[in-house]
Design a protein around this ligand. Structure first.
Ligand code: THU
Length: 154
């Protein structure tokens, strides 16, 4: 069944994402991004983008939030919804790398993103990342990991 969130919960997630970008380390792009992940356990985890002088080592806010959720809840962590906020006007959609990571833990997750101007966009990770590479394409045994069954839609 499609995941839905009440307006109040969506607002809470977007505020958590907005609070998170205040800690961003983005001296090179000056583009601070914050993200908040709501897991199936009902807990919120946040992350911000962290850049590096070598540029290529930069990690986006979304992946930092998701990795914090995995660190806290373990490999079975499941994303219900993820919000992204920036201080710029336009809403910031997750990049391709982050879409792939969102899909790994939340193939049906609700994705919300908002810029400073207030426009909110809502999407589903399955639409964001159609035909994504996932557990079902693995050629090695999955050892019965729960994500393997769930991401294959079983
Ligand atoms: N960035 C994010 O954190 N999330 C996105 O969805 C897009 C881009 C960051 C990476 C980099 O630090 C800065 O924004 C400019 O690309």
């Amino acid at each position: 069944m499609a995941i839905t969130l009440a307006a109040e919960e969506r607002e809470q997630m977007l505020s958590a994402a907005r609070a998170a970008f205040k800690n961003a380390h983005a001296p090179y792009s000056n583009f601070r991004v914050g993200s908040a992940v709501l897991t199936e356990h009902g807990t919120l985890y946040s992350g911000c983008n962290v850049e590096n002088a070598s540029f290529g080592l930069t990690v986006c806010a979304e992946r930092n939030a998701i990795f914090a959720a995995v660190a806290a809840e373990g490999s079975g962590m499941r994303i219900r919804a993820i919000a992204v906020a920036t201080e710029r006007d336009g809403p910031c959609a997750p990049c391709g790398a982050c879409r792939q990571v969102i899909f790994e833990f939340g193939p049906g997750a609700l994705v919300l993103f908002r810029g400073r101007s207030g426009t909110v966009r809502r999407w589903r990770s399955s639409v964001f990342a159609p035909w994504s590479f996932g557990w079902h394409q693995r050629t090695v045994p999955n050892n019965g990991h729960p994500l393997a069954r769930r991401n294959a839609g079983e």
